[in-house]
Write a protein that binds this ligand. Structure first.
Ligand code: ARG
Length: 469
């Protein structure tokens, strides 16, 4: 057996792994994504070996150059991934050794794939989180822009998806923005906690070589080194928490997509998706389907499944590296990449959505939406709310029986009901304006919210970097 084709750990073994065992364990097909970080971690480790005088200056330089070259070759797609390569760490080390011969064999001193893999994965997820943070910010800004535009567009507010009270479309759009702002906070806080370097922890117990994990952490841009080598190689709560944060954000985007699919349903026709974000039917020529919204709605399930898969893998697992932990990567990659695609598409959909203000306003003028305004007018006139609720309900019941509604009441009937000016209540603009309560649906409130959200975004970008907890 040619040495170059043997697994990294083959010294103690007389034969190669069975092909089906190797096939089960091989992760290079997906963990090759970690290559740039594996190279960066390798270079930081070489510096640590040099500082500890395990490597001479010249050897350290040659190793560093070879690592960089391997990283470039992987990025260019010119480095062949060998049959025997288990994972990205094996690929990088093998390629360095092919270039440097005996010197390559010095690279892995004092490190293990156990500390390497979590270093790489933290770096990969931190980078993914920075892209998600950027896209989430863009989604919030787009929602805020649309909310300002629709600050005074009346819309039926719903409970149980049925007409409830008049709101403004701006208020509803701002509600989605507030949810995404919390996701942004969660991503920031997660990034702060995740900025811990595990490199130097070795397999489980560090090494005897006198490496300095703090210097390594610094070189890799982490805020701090690990405090406990067992924790460093065992812990995957950064993956689990990332997936939890991603699950919540995907759920928010799913609910936004559900609203968009509903509003653009021709049965309501309150809004229309741009052609670029609609799909046709292969059979029915007339169709313009909201596939982008539907897929965004569904992807939350897949991201939730990733959280469940990793949580399932971790629970009950004793500390110390076990190969089970390799199962963290596919769900993490898939969830991050899926969320990124959903966010990008959501921004496009929101940016190009056409609102039919007349259709929305007409729907918001439906008499039933003012029943609560009527009851509250009685309350302001001194009637206890329970009585007001009952009296309004009885009025609606009588009107219903006559095939009439609140809009059909004559001034005399209003007066008899105890609200001589009752007719003026049935106006969507008046209804939302009357609810100027902080956090309410009035146009002023929407503009206040938009300003508050923008302030939060601004203080986030000038204040904390997103890497601190
Ligand atoms: N591919 C492995 C993983 O993703 C790398 C660590 C392997 N360590 C080991 N002791 N077999 O977890």
């Amino acid at each position: 057996m040619n040495d170059g084709q043997r697994p990294l750990w083959s010294g103690r073994f007389g034969i190669r792994p069975a092909p089906e065992a190797a096939a089960l364990g091989r992760s290079v097909g997906f963990d090759v994504r970690l290559a740039p970080h594996d190279v960066a971690a390798g270079i930081a480790h070489v510096a640590a070996l040099r500082d500890a005088s395990v490597l001479g200056e010249a050897d350290a330089d040659r190793l560093t150059a070879a690592l960089a070259e391997v990283g470039q070759a992987i990025a260019d797609g010119t480095l062949a991934i060998d049959e025997v390569d288990e994972d990205v760490h094996s690929v990088v080390e093998r390629a360095v050794t092919e270039r440097l011969g005996d010197l390559g064999a010095r690279l892995h001193a004092g490190r293990s794939r156990n500390d390497l893999v979590v270093t790489d994965l933290r770096l990969w997820l931190l980078e993914a989180a920075r892209r998600l943070t950027g896209l989430t910010t863009l989604a919030i800004r787009t929602l805020v822009r649309r909310a300002r535009e629709e600050a005074d567009t009346p819309m039926p507010g719903t409970t149980h998806a049925r007409p409830a009270q008049v709101v403004t479309l701006g208020h509803h759009l701002a509600a989605h923005a507030w949810a995404l702002l919390r996701d942004l906070d969660r991503l920031d806080a997660w990034a702060g906690r995740t900025s811990t370097s595990p490199l130097g922890a070795g397999a489980v117990a560090t090494s005897t070589l006198g490496l300095d994990p703090a210097a390594t952490a610094d070189r890799l841009g982490f805020e701090r080194p690990f405090e406990n080598s067992i924790d460093a190689v065992s812990d995957r709560d950064f993956v689990q928490e990332f997936l939890g944060v991603a699950t919540i954000e995907a759920t928010h985007l799913s609910r936004l997509a559900a609203d968009l699919a509903r509003w653009t349903d021709p049965a309501l026709a309150w809004a229309e998706l741009d052609e670029a974000y609609s799909t046709g039917s292969s059979m029915m020529p007339q169709k313009r389907n909201p596939d982008t919204a539907e897929l965004s709605r569904a992807k939350a399930a897949r991201i939730t499944a990733a959280f469940v898969a990793v949580s399932g893998t971790l629970h009950g697992l004793p500390l110390g590296y076990q190969r089970d932990l390799q199962e963290d990567k596919e769900p993490a990659f898939d969830a991050a990449e899926t969320l990124e695609r959903v966010l990008a598409a959501t921004v496009g959909v929101l940016d190009t959505l056409r609102i039919d203000r007349d259709a929305m306003r007409t729907a918001a003028a439906a008499a039933e939406l003012f029943a609560t305004d009527v009851a509250e007018a009685l309350v302001r006139a001194g009637v206890p709310f329970r009585d007001a609720h009952r009296r309004t309900g009885e009025l609606l019941r009588t009107l219903d029986g006559d095939g009439r509604s609140l809009v059909d009441l004559t001034p005399e009937e209003w007066a008899a009901f105890g609200l001589p000016e009752g007719g003026v209540l049935l106006d969507p603009e008046r209804s939302v304006a009357a609810r100027g309560t902080p956090g309410g649906p009035s146009p002023e409130s929407v503009l206040r919210q938009a300003g508050a959200i923008e302030e939060r975004l601004a203080s986030r970008s000038t204040g904390r970097t997103g890497r601190s907890a």
